[in-house]
Design a protein around this ligand. Structure first.
Ligand code: PMP
Length: 451
């Protein structure tokens, strides 16, 4: 039965300021502005403690794919907790939800046979990187340890994932980072394409990767890790052909491909996984977020039969895993969440509404401060610039991100705003009318901030 909860908002704000250490937040500014406290969600909308409803244009943190308020997921969690709240997958133990979710994922990603679970994206990428190194060590090539990733990549904030992340702001003052991580250019046409055709731009990126591999020596490189569509680092969909050319180079040099599908997995790009959207297959796939639509934390990695064959050897224990690898409650919710995605074919809505969103955002290109708009499925970005002809970005001192955030929130829209633009990633259930509402709020907010 749904309960009506009463909150003492003033007390919550006081306690937040006194005790909650917020991640990825300007802590000084937070002490001045206080928190935005959210208390309820239904469909694509969330309500704050003051009773105001917002369109959740960011689906939480790119993860609430099936939308808010799905009580069937709460029931599945409660039932699993009552029956058996926890047993590990260590030491060969298992629970029905962990087994069944692994089996379900092997249907959705048929090039992967085996799945190991984690509690989130960073843990998944740590796991993927360690599996890649372990694979080469057990293949008699223990010197293959380096990891290549791309600038603008976001792979999470645990030390290994952080070293693979290509966003300097996340590295600053947290060093030293572990050695052995290299970065190549992002396929970011707006600033990195010097005016070439799409196929020549791909060739340029391919040449850079070849040169990097040649310089380091392919015998020293374990894996290339990449988001099929870069997310937090600036929302970069790849140019046509990119995901055909890059895997070929990796194969030629015996470098494993890790696809970080933490955002793109579970429908967001218009197919269940972006590897299907772009027609390629990784050796290892990491996932999180959409696997449970954020109702409980869960992530994991899938590997090919070939990788699994190498790492399952009579003389070795696989000495990696988290207490919550395969948490039965999380896996039960994952299964029920995937059942919703499949029943409602939500990837199809992501493709359809994603087209509507991108066409709508393209109309904003007339705006004097909108430099670029780009997206794939239900992930999109409006890049703002101070000067369109030079593509000069706004200085952080201008506080554009904070102004865009205030303007959109005032109008009842939650999106991720920073000094370079607005990222949009709504639940995959969003309706045509809600996309229009979002577009009109975005247009009005840009008008206000840049008036
Ligand atoms: N990879 C990608 C592509 C992500 O977007 C994120 C989170 N935004 C992560 C990894 C890290 O996931 P988590 O925050 O769950 O550790």
């Amino acid at each position: 039965m749904a309960q009506t909860l009463e909150y003492n908002t003033e007390k919550l704000i006081e306690q937040d300021l006194a005790h909650l250490f917020h991640p990825v937040t300007n802590l000084y500014r937070h002490s001045q502005t206080g928190p935005l406290v959210m208390v309820e969600g239904k469909g694509s909308r969330v309500k704050d403690a003051g009773g105001k409803w917002y369109l959740d244009g960011f689906a939480g943190l790119w993860n609430v794919n099936v939308g808010h308020g799905r009580s069937e997921l709460a029931e599945v969690a409660a039932e699993q907790m009552r029956r058996l709240a926890f047993q590990p997958t260590f030491f060969g133990m298992a629970t029905p939800p962990a087994i069944e979710l692994a089996a379900k994922l092997s249907e959705l990603l048929p090039h992967h046979s085996h799945f190991q679970f984690t509690s989130g994206g960073a843990e998944s990428n740590e796991t993927a990187i360690k599996i890649a190194r372990y694979y080469w060590a057990l293949s008699g090539q223990p010197q293959k340890t380096k990891i290549i990733s791309r600038r603008m990549a976001y792979h999470g904030i645990a030390m290994g994932a952080l070293a693979a992340t290509g966003m300097p702001a996340y590295h600053a003052d947290f060093g030293p980072l572990p050695p052995g991580f290299l970065h190549v250019s992002a396929p970011y046409a707006y600033r990195n394409n010097p005016g070439l055709s799409e196929s020549d731009f791909v060739a340029m990126l391919a040449q850079e990767l070849e040169q990097t591999i040649g310089r380091e020596g392919p015998e020293t490189i374990a894996a290339f890790i990449a988001e099929p569509v870069q997310g937090a680092g600036g929302l970069v969909p790849p140019p046509e052909g990119y995901w055909q050319v890059i895997p070929q180079i990796l194969k030629k040099h015996q470098i494993l491909l890790i696809a970080d599908e933490v955002i793109t997995g579970f429908g967001r790009t218009g197919k269940m996984f972006a590897q299907e959207t772009y027609g390629f297959q990784a050796d290892i796939t990491s996932f999180a977020k959409g696997v449970t639509s954020g109702y409980v934390p869960l992530g994991g990695v899938g590997v090919t039969p070939e990788v699994y064959a190498v790492v399952s050897r009579p003389d070795r224990m696989f000495m990696h895993g988290f207490t919550y690898s395969g948490h039965p409650v999380a896996c039960a919710v994952g299964l029920a969440n995937i059942a919703i995605l499949e029943r409602e074919r939500l990837w199809e809505n992501a493709a359809l509404r994603g087209e509507q969103l991108l066409r709508g955002l393209e109309r904003l290109l007339d705006h004097p401060n909108v430099g670029d708009v780009r997206g794939k499925g239900l992930m999109a970005l409006v890049e703002v610039v101070e000067d369109k002809s030079t593509k000069k970005s706004f200085a952080p001192s201008q506080g554009i991100g904070a102004k865009l955030q205030a303007a959109t929130r005032k109008r009842g829209l939650i999106v991720r705003c920073n000094d370079t633009g607005i990222a949009i990633s709504p639940p995959l259930i969003i309706t045509e009318a809600e996309v229009d509402e979002m577009l009109s709020i975005l247009a009005d907010s840009l008008d206000e901030v840049f008036a």
